[in-house]
Each structure stands twice: as structure tokens, then as C-alpha cells.
Design a protein around this ligand. Structure first.
Ligand code: ZN
Length: 492
């Protein structure tokens, strides 16, 4: 881009970001006045952006990359052999697509294994096991004793209800059965409104003297597939074994209890936690030309649950990031800022890769101009969410409006992602890729999260959209305005 055009872009961006014209961050994005058209000088990027999207659709490798990861390392929970294979694949792939400065950055990760035994059986009047219900142990759960835990089921829909009925909970197996709220337009908000049951249910059940915890799977689908995910034990209570129950099984159990039946079940889990394992974040770059000290991060997470392929969560995000970088290289575009691809380890059960990246790069976070994460699946793009300050939000919206050829031209207020989350402490504006989310939680943390449930064209559109956004951000004459630093960096 020549200097005159740079100056014009600067002027347009400055003019379009009047701080009085936008609401505070907490306001819904619909209340932000729409720009009628993208800033004219940003239009200069449109042909490159459209060429990137076309390349992604016609000659793209998104699905091939995803297939390689899913088929060579399908079960890649932190600390597992699958995770080690995923790290090796990522390093190899970054080199093969032409990234520079490819390296492994160490992360010490937890190592939890599911074990051979997972069963939940309804007991008959004689105490004999009958109907078998579909469960998956929650990540991090302790095992049951040999022979399992046999007890009556108590059903609650909130921690408040559990506390109010604490006397009845003693000695029981508590089923947390509050569904994801179907009235929520945003499925991630519905998830956020229900997932406390998975994360804290076992500790809350322990606090009232229960013997084990069951959790309705975090999905709006009514089927017989249980969905796992991490729990976290409070230190002041004994850890209880805990498992996710399919939505149909949860409904069946809850209906019997609601009808007045005393339903006894036997839960058996043989999962275990092993010593921490040395693993890695995998990093590679397209070095900038001109303002290479400034860095645009794009990332997803390499680890995935030990069921299915981890195709949407987050194989798709890994494929998006790698393919976006490859597309930029394939088009011969030379970004002025450095584009850094980071495939994080341990998002699912610890986020230690996120913390390791933050701590390992503290001295250069001032030069991180933006961090973008793809961890919401590989469905048709809708746009992006961001925590950016109002001025940067307006700039980003003008840029995102260039992405209509990838169906990704909406920008709303929201988070970036778990892996890039710590960077907010240094004022880095965060952006999350947002595809359609209606079916995401049908697959999330479940054996249905397989390669065949990702559509190649939808995945490719996401890569094209991300490549387009990266291209513009990496070439803007001036970086986006940084966010205020809300929380000081922890002193260590
Ligand atoms: Zn994820």
C-alpha cells in the first residue's frame, strides 16, 4: 500500500470512530449505529479479501488439514499419546505450509484418563442391575470404589434447590437436570447458563453429603449421546465421582422420580488422574515486512476430549488458523505485521497453554495488536465477536463488513476465547470467530464430534473469513486502539 493511501485510510478510520457515537461495551451491539458502507479506503482491501475467500473455496486445504488431524490424533486430551501426536502433526504441518520460526513452547499439563469401566444401571427392587443408561465420566472425576456407588437418585435443577433440600440429599446420588435455556438466542449463552452444574455440581453435592453426582449433558439435542467436559473440585470438600448423562436418559430418570418412584442406581467409574506431563503449544509465523515487531495472533486449541474426533472442538479451529496462514502465503500477500499462529494445548481441562503463552510472552504483549481465536466449531461463518473498546470496535466493524463474501460480516460484543483470554490483562483487543451455533452443542465433547459432521465448504468459508480479517489487520497503517488493562498482571 502506498503512503497516500495509508494516510487516507488513517483519516477514514479516525473519522469513523468518534467515541461519542458508540455506547459503552456492555451495550448490545445492535445499539451501535451501523455504518452505511465500509470506509471507502478499506475497500482497497476488498479484492484481496475476496481472492482469499475464493482460494479457500476453490483450492483450499481446510478439510484436508482437519482430516489429517482427526484421523492421526482423534483422542488428544492433554497428557495423552493422541495429544503428543497432535503436537507433532502441528509442527510438521506448520513447516510444510511455509511458516517461519516454527517452535514448540513447553507447557506442563494435567493427565486424566477415562478408564475401562463406565456404567450407570438402574437397580430393581432386589437391588439387581437392570436398565443401562448412557454416561460419560466428567473430565477430572475421581473413580468410584470397587463395585461402584449404589444409592437413590435425587433430582435438582439448581444449587439453590440442592441447598434447600440438603437434608434429603445425604447419601443420595444427585442428578443436576437443568436444561440449557431454549429461549436464549445465543447457544453459547445457553451453555454458559447451564454449565455450572457440570463444573461445580460434584462439589456442591459433596457439601450436602451426597455420594456421587450426575449431570444432564450440555446440549439442546434430545438423544442418547452423553457429553463430557471438565469439572473442578473445591478443596474444602471430598471429591465425588461424577458423570454426564444423555439428555434422554436424564429425562427418563427425572420423570420416574417426579412420579414418586424411589429410583436406585449403581454408578461405576474407573477413571484416574496421573502425574502431569510435559506438552507444548505449537507456534509458527508469517514474519511481517516493515512493522514486523507488531504481532497479530491467531489461535485455536490442539487438545480435544477423548471421545469422537474433536472435529468441531477444536480441530476446526486449528484447521482455520493453519489454512488462513497458508492462504495468505499462497496468494503471495506480504503482511506488514507478523502473523503468529498459536495452537494451544490444554484448553479443555486446565487452560495451562493459555497461561504459559501469556507468561512466556509478557515482554512482547505490548506489541500484540490483536488476538483472534477460533473455538466455536466449523459451521457456516456468521462473523466475529470482540471485547474491543468502542473505537477499536468501530474500526473492526468496518473491516468485518468486507467479509460478506464469506458470510462473516457481523461483529458483536463478546469474548475472544479461553486460550487468548489472559492477553486481555495486557490490553490486547480479543476477537472470537463466530460461526452458526445452532448445532454446535449437538457435537460438543461427545462421540458425535467427528470429521463427517464438518462440512468442507462451511469450514473453508471460515478459513477464508479469518484469512481476510488477518490480512487487513496485519496491514492497517495504524494498529487498533488497545483496551484499558482491567487486571494487573499477576506478580510471580
Ligand atoms: Zn474448544
Amino acid at each position: 500500500m502506498n503512503l497516500a493511501r495509508e494516510a487516507a485510510v488513517l483519516a477514514i478510520l479516525a473519522a469513523s470512530v468518534s467515541c461519542t457515537s458508540v455506547p459503552p461495551l456492555a451495550a448490545p451491539p445492535t445499539s451501535v449505529p451501523q455504518l452505511a458502507t465500509p470506509a471507502p479506503e478499506l475497500e482497497a482491501y476488498r479484492s484481496d479479501v475476496e481472492a482469499l475467500v475464493r482460494e479457500a473455496l476453490v483450492k483450499g486445504r481446510s478439510f484436508a488439514l482437519l482430516a489429517e488431524l482427526c484421523l492421526s490424533a482423534p483422542k488428544r486430551l492433554s497428557g495423552s499419546k493422541g495429544a503428543a501426536r497432535a503436537v507433532a502433526w502441528a509442527e510438521r504441518t506448520m513447516r510444510s505450509i511455509g511458516l517461519s520460526n516454527v517452535r514448540l513452547e513447553p507447557v506442563l499439563v494435567p493427565h486424566w484418563e477415562r478408564g475401562e469401566t463406565e456404567s450407570l444401571r438402574v437397580l430393581d427392587a432386589d437391588g439387581l442391575p437392570r436398565e443401562r443408561l448412557s454416561i460419560l465420566a466428567l473430565g477430572g472425576s475421581v473413580a468410584t470404589p470397587p463395585g461402584g456407588v449404589s444409592a437413590e437418585v435425587m433430582v435438582v435443577t439448581s444449587f439453590e434447590e440442592l441447598r434447600a433440600r440438603a437434608a434429603q440429599a445425604r447419601g443420595k446420588i444427585v442428578l443436576f437436570n437443568r436444561p440449557m435455556d431454549p429461549a436464549q438466542h445465543d447457544c453459547f449463552a445457553a451453555y454458559a447458563g447451564a454449565v455450572d452444574q457440570r463444573g461445580r455440581g460434584a462439589s456442591e453435592a459433596s457439601r450436602v453429603g451426597a455420594r456421587a453426582a450426575l449431570v444432564r449433558s450440555m446440549t439442546m439435542a434430545l438423544d442418547d449421546h452423553p457429553h463430557t467436559g471438565a469439572l473442578r473440585y473445591d478443596e474444602d470438600v471430598a471429591p465425588l465421582p461424577a458423570a454426564a448423562l444423555s439428555t434422554l436418559a436424564a429425562d427418563r430418570l427425572a420423570a420416574r422420580v417426579a412420579a414418586g418412584e424411589r429410583v436406585r442406581v449403581n454408578l461405576q467409574l474407573s477413571c484416574r488422574t496421573l502425574p502431569d506431563v510435559l506438552s507444548h503449544n505449537v507456534v509458527g509465523e508469517i514474519p511481517g515486512t516493515g512493522i514486523e515487531r507488531e504481532i497479530v495472533v491467531v489461535g485455536g486449541h490442539l487438545d480435544a476430549w477423548d471421545v469422537g474426533h474433536g472435529a468441531h472442538d477444536d480441530g476446526a479451529g486449528c484447521a482455520h488458523c493453519l489454512e488462513a496462514a497458508r492462504l495468505i502465503l499462497a496468494r503471495g500477500l506480504q503482511p506488514r505485521r507478523t502473523i503468529r499462529v498459536v495452537l494451544f494445548m490444554n484448553e479443555e481441562n486446565g487452560a495451562r497453554g493459555a497461561q504459559a503463552y501469556y507468561e512466556g510472552h509478557l515482554d512482547e504483549l505490548e506489541r500484540h495488536v490483536l488476538a483472534l481465536e477460533s473455538d466455536a466449531g466449523g459451521f457456516t461463518p456468521r462473523g466475529f465477536a470482540t471485547d474491543a473498546n468502542p473505537r477499536a470496535f468501530e474500526s473492526l466493524r468496518a473491516i468485518v463488513e468486507l467479509l460478506d463474501s464469506a458470510s462473516a460480516n457481523a461483529l458483536r460484543v463478546g469474548g475472544g476465547g479461553v486460550d487468548i483470554g489472559p492477553l486481555a490483562r495486557s490490553g490486547v483487543p480479543l476477537v472470537g470467530f463466530r460461526p452458526d451455533d445452532e448445532r454446535y452443542f449437538d457435537h460438543h465433547h461427545c462421540e458425535r464430534d467427528t470429521l463427517d459432521n464438518v462440512h468442507p465448504r462451511e469450514l473453508a468459508l471460515g478459513s477464508g473469513a479469518i484469512a481476510g480479517l488477518l490480512h487487513v489487520i496485519a496491514n492497517l497503517p495504524q494498529p487498533l486502539r488497545r483496551n484499558p488493562q482491567p487486571v494487573p498482571a499477576p506478580s510471580r
